[in-house]
Design a protein around this ligand. Structure first.
Ligand code: ACO
Length: 320
């Protein structure tokens, strides 16, 4: 069993959808026209005050386990991608492991912001292909609402909370066809949360700040380049791609990427209107939505790709 494949997906969005008009009603100086026109976002979800990333991760994980037909104890590796962990430590993956009632899996977090899930999935693939582990639970979970600057209307309207998960198992058939990861810390300051826990308080400003136009240009370039790299590495032409499941930051980034790749938008899974940008949760949430509504089917070639703070970027080409 030299390969591995995704055998189940799950997603979870907390609470009721919050519309752009709801944000206006909460006192943010914005409009549905501005947000929807510039980003495609119409709704997002926010976790309740007592809900943490591990709680959202638990719900998404239970759904993915059910879809894969396995129990928590069948899992021997848990990787959670998050930039909004429950605590400084233990890792959100260990807290999730405890909530699942699993006491034996290796468990750790990955921090690559919006690229976190593709980083985590690539790591899990390497564990499984090495033969050291057989069945991984890979999760992206975020409560980004906790790190938003509600005084900055240019960023607070973009993000939401949620979690997505997949079960990845050893297989005789190739599920993952290629994967690539990149990072360039030179761009650390165009998207950041520049604060930390220090001496029992907080130092810096632990709220999201972003140079939107710089991020936009960077994202379109690297999402396009990554897609070409993934197809080349698998020895397949772009025309063999059935579905692109990109990080859901902004509909205009997705449209520009599709244009660069000469890919019809009908092949792009878009959930940004309903989910907003859920950072590490965005790709597995979009994948789960398209699997559950029957768009993505067994045997199809599916590309997951993402870009985020760091800057980090990468993707995974797989056959379900
Ligand atoms: N509502 C109404 N007006 C607003 C809002 C808002 N929410 N936010 C900003 N404005 C105003 C500004 O004040 C400014 O007004 P002015 O011209 O009177 O000064 C005007 O709109 C234009 O502001 P810009 O910041 O220049 O807006 P821009 O056209 O760059 O659009 C946006 C901002 C949508 C964030 C865009 O830069 C973008 O899509 N960037 C991509 C970033 C992104 O998606 N990041 C997600 C996180 S990163 C990731 O996930 C990879």
């Amino acid at each position: 069993m030299n390969f591995c494949r995704i055998t189940g997906t799950g997603g979870y969005l907390p609470g009721a959808p919050v519309s752009n008009d709801d944000l206006v009603a909460r006192g943010i100086q914005t409009s549905d026209e501005w947000i929807a026109g510039r980003t495609g976002i119409r709704f997002r979800h926010f976790a309740a005050d007592d809900e943490q990333s591990s709680d959202l991760a638990l719900q998404a994980s239970l759904r993915a386990l059910q879809a894969a037909g396995c129990a928590p104890d069948d899992i021997d590796l848990i990787i959670v991608a998050t930039s909004t962990p429950d605590q400084v430590f233990p890792s959100t993956a260990c807290l999730l492991q405890n909530k699942l009632g699993n006491r034996t899996a290796v468990a750790f977090d990955v921090q690559a912001v919006c690229s976190g899930f593709v980083y985590a999935l690539t790591l899990a693939e390497k564990f499984i292909r090495s033969g050291s582990h057989r069945r991984a639970l890979v999760v992206g979970a975020e409560v980004f609402s906790r790190i938003l600057d509600w005084e900055d209307r240019g960023t607070c309207v973009l993000f939401g909370d949620g979690a997505g998960a997949v079960v990845l198992e050893a297989s005789n058939e190739p599920g993952i066809l290629s994967s690539v990861l990149h990072a360039d810390g030179h761009y650390h300051d165009i998207l950041s949360v520049p604060g930390q826990v220090c001496n029992g308080g907080v130092s810096g400003k632990p709220l999201l700040q972003m140079d939107g136009q710089a991020v936009f240009k960077f994202a379109v370039r690297v999402l396009g380049d990554t897609a070409v790299e993934l197809m080349d590495a698998a020895g397949l032409p772009m025309s063999a791609l059935d579905w692109l499941v990109p990080h859901q930051a902004n509909i205009r980034i997705l449209q520009s990427t599709a244009r660069r790749l000469d890919l019809p938008m009908e092949k792009v899974v878009v959930t940004v209107a309903e989910h907003g940008n859920t950072s590490a949760a965005s790709v597995p949430l979009a994948l789960d939505a398209a699997v559950r509504d029957g768009r993505i089917r067994a045997g199809q070639n599916v590309m997951l790709e993402a870009v985020g703070g760091g800057f980090t970027w990468g993707g995974v080409l797989l056959r379900l």
